[in-house]
Design a protein around this ligand. Structure first.
Ligand code: SF4
Length: 348
């Protein structure tokens, strides 16, 4: 049955660029990109990123800003910084060659058991399982494993795999891992199992039991997602072909990117401390506005162009710098670009 699953996976996902052409470096980059990001989004960025940084060395030698620019659109920028640190370490300590040993791989800061096993299984086709929440769920359902979700279940899966009590068939480890990942992304999702059309339904024990969604045990009922409205004032200060911006720090959203000075006007979430509160009351409702969103916030961004002098009276508490309006060479946040376009300061 697993061979049928692999056949389906290979036929259906042959187009994915990280599967068409394989190197350990491409596997490392794709696995880190795919954490917390959909295949569709990674598809739009993967080759472009690899063109810019074709080797570990090129990535290790890039500046953080170049790296973050190339990562733009993939979100979760901490992963980008991690990937760069990994590349630097591999370049300096292993002469640019990705180690092929699990102990050495996991000793590199930023490479956890999941990524190390993915490099082994997918990059090198060695017998290993890259267990993340996706694989944990799929395997728990396939074999009706009753351990509680998390460490206990991971350990049990590893044990069964080591002892060849699961997946003992002679199949490629790479193909097996990719097929299970594909299964978890398509038929066997966290809140929906399409068992009737799943290629594994004849052998899946949780399907036979009639309760696939009960696995993995301990899965909490989905909490209702809390979201907050946030109103921000985005301030544009222009001088010739330059604008005033500030660099987002490590503890802020979009760290490393440049953003136009921004104040909080109103926030439903009193704990949101991303932007300073504008001390002066203003009637912002008639200003041009763009809507954006980040994590649990729905944001209305009100745009105001002011002179340099007016801006300094607003007491923005961060250090600002003048940057060129050549938007393709500066690492501006997406909202900054949208704001500049809305006010026709740059073209669309
Ligand atoms: S039969 Fe259902 S529960 Fe089992 S692997 Fe397929 S989709 Fe998941």
């Amino acid at each position: 049955m697993i061979k049928n699953l692999i056949k389906w996976s290979e036929q259906t996902f042959v187009h994915l660029p990280w599967r068409k052409k394989r190197t350990l470096y491409r596997t490392l980059v794709s696995e880190i990109m795919l954490q917390q990001t959909t295949v569709g989004t990674v598809l739009n960025h993967f080759e472009r990123f690899l063109e810019k940084f074709p080797t570990i060395k090129s990535l290790a030698e890039a500046t953080e800003e170049e790296m973050l620019m190339a990562w733009k659109g993939l979100g979760y920028y901490r992963r980008a910084k991690n990937l760069k640190l990994i590349a630097e370490k591999i370049q300096s300590d292993f002469n640019g060659k990705i180690p092929e040993d699990i102990e050495i791989l996991t000793s590199i800061k930023g490479i956890g058991p999941y990524t190390a096993n993915a490099i082994l299984a997918i990059g090198m086709d060695k017998r290993a399982l890259a267990i993340d929440a996706n694989l944990e769920r799929v395997i728990a359902r396939l074999f009706a494993l009753k351990d509680s979700k998390g460490t206990k279940l991971h350990k049990h899966i590893h044990h069964l795999f080591e002892k060849k009590e699961i997946f003992s068939e002679k199949v490629s480890a790479r193909a097996l891992n990719e097929a299970l990942m594909d299964l978890g992304r398509t038929f066997c999702q966290a809140r929906k199992a399409s068992c009737d059309i799943c290629p594994m339904n004849k052998v899946c024990l949780s399907y036979k039991e009639g309760n696939p969604l009960h696995y993995p045990v301990g899965t909490e009922a989905p909490k209702s997602v809390i979201s907050f409205n946030l109103k921000l004032l985005r301030v544009i200060i222009k001088k010739g072909q330059k604008i005033l911006v500030y660099k987002k720090s490590n503890d802020e959203w979009l760290s490393g990117q440049y953003e136009i000075p921004t104040f909080t006007l109103q926030s439903e979430d009193k704990k949101c401390i991303q932007y300073p509160i504008l001390s002066k009351k203003i009637k912002f409702e008639s200003y041009p506005m763009i809507k954006t969103g980040i994590t649990k916030y729905t944001i209305e961004n009100y745009l105001l162009e002011v002179t340099e002098e007016q801006f300094y009276q607003m007491n923005f508490p961060k250090d600002c710098v003048w940057k060129t309006l050549k938007t393709d060479s500066e690492n501006y946040s997406t909202t900054t670009l949208k704001s500049l376009k809305k006010l026709k300061i740059i073209g669309s």
